[in-house]
Ligand binder design. Structure first.
Ligand SMILES: NC(=O)c1ccc[n+]([C@@H]2O[C@H](COP(=O)([O-])OP(=O)(O)OC[C@H]3O[C@@H](n4cnc5c(N)ncnc54)[C@H](O)[C@@H]3O)[C@@H](O)[C@H]2O)c1
Length: 352
């Protein structure tokens, strides 16, 4: 590091603003070196708001700056690999937003490059860092659930297609619909709680009954200008069943739009000594011969800030991050297998 502060740059200032907030809260430990966005007006407005001097519209120009230590990759999914690989090649530490990449091949390239690098590569999986997740992880680490053999997880929305017609709903920019956008969060969270077993196969189905009809839009994410032709070539519901090398299975569902009473985010774990639910956090066990429901008190820790703090700690202390490139690859292997299974109607074996 050129100074005792970690000098960070943020590429893409949608969710990138949340990263900037996290960095700003770290005070003297971090200096925000620069902001990069191809939308210069957006970049400048964000730089003014956060008191950042340097604005770039070309990430390569920012990465060429020797004083820059670390980069948050917050661009649309299809650019994660391109931007992350350029940052790794330039010798920067990288915090990459989810999903790791739009395709399995791009995820594999990131893993290969990060293995060659002596810098930190961390996946931005904010849900792992939440207070309730960390408390549940402590229960699991203590053996309170025993061996986890089955999990169910999902993120389902009633009307929540992000930026209907924009990059989220254009496969070439996103790599897919709710499975890769929000399913990735609950899948990562749940496999993390299960101890990151390696996936061996997956089967799944995808449906698109809302987006192509212009239904199901939600107030989230980039929205196209009025009059723009609506582009929609991804799913709006995905289901999947995943098998792991330790014999465990996981059921996953993700939807941006569906006729359900309300939006839901859940992760349910069944173990040999207990079960658990997130949200809200509950643990189920037998105690003194009776079934007992436990409601642990978890600290109100939002995942995003804690994630950014952990990234900086890993740089400062040369630590392996909680969410690694290899784990990001496992998640992409599952997503890819579910998409391929949906196309072929067959279970897909995941190569080891
Ligand atoms: N972890 C979370 O909770 C969370 C939440 C939202 C989005 N995300 C992820 O963050 C990423 C961005 O999503 P978003 O909602 O911020 O999208 P967004 O469209 O709001 O913002 C993306 C920004 O990237 C900029 N951009 C595009 N190409 C660029 C390039 N070549 N160089 C520099 N900037 C470029 C765009 O101009 C835009 O400002 C996605 O991968 C998404 O999955 C994560």
């Amino acid at each position: 590091m050129a100074s005792d502060k970690v000098q960070v740059g943020v590429v893409g200032v949608g969710i990138g603003r949340t990263h900037l907030n996290g960095y700003r809260k770290l005070g003297d430990r971090v200096e925000i070196f620069g902001i990069c966005d191809i939308n210069e007006a957006r970049a400048r407005a964000t730089a003014d708001e956060f008191g950042v001097k340097r604005v770039f519209t070309d990430y390569a120009a920012m990465f060429a700056e020797p004083d820059l230590d670390a980069v948050s990759v917050c661009t649309p999914n299809a650019l994660h690999a391109e931007v992350a690989l350029a940052a790794i090649e330039a010798g920067k530490h990288v915090l990459c937003e989810k999903p790791m990449a739009d395709t399995l091949e791009n995820a594999q390239k990131i893993v290969a490059a990060s293995r060659r690098s002596d810098k930190v590569f961390m996946m931005g999986m904010n849900n792992r860092f939440r207070g309730d997740t960390q408390v549940l992880k402590s229960f699991i680490n203590e053996g309170q659930l025993g061996d986890i053999y089955y999990a169910k997880c999902g993120w389902t929305r009633r009307n929540g297609i992000p930026g209907l017609g924009g990059w989220f709903t254009t496969r070439a920019m996103s790599g897919g619909g709710p499975l890769i956008d929000i399913g990735v969060h609950v899948l990562d969270l749940t496999t993390y709680l299960m101890g990151n077993p390696a996936p061996v196969s997956a089967s799944g189905s995808t449906y698109a009954h809302f987006g192509p009809r212009g239904r199901g839009a939600g107030g989230y994410g980039y929205a196209p200008d009025p009059g723009t032709k609506i582009q929609y070539d991804v799913e709006d519901l995905a289901t999947g069943l995943v098998k792991f090398d330790n014999g465990a299975t996981l059921f996953l569902e993700a939807s941006w739009a569906s006729y359900i009473p309300h939006d839901q985010f859940y992760s349910t774990l069944l173990g040999t000594e207990g079960g658990a639910d997130l949200e809200p956090l509950r643990v189920y066990k037998d105690m003194a011969g009776a079934p007992v429901d436990i409601a642990p008190q978890a600290p109100q820790i939002g995942g995003h800030e804690a994630e950014v703090r952990h990234f900086i700690e890993c740089i400062e202390q040369n630590k392996t991050p909680l969410a690694t490139a290899e784990q990001g690859l496992h998640i992409l292997q599952i997503l890819d297998a579910i998409y391929r299974s949906a196309e072929t109607g067959r279970e897909v074996v995941i190569a080891r």
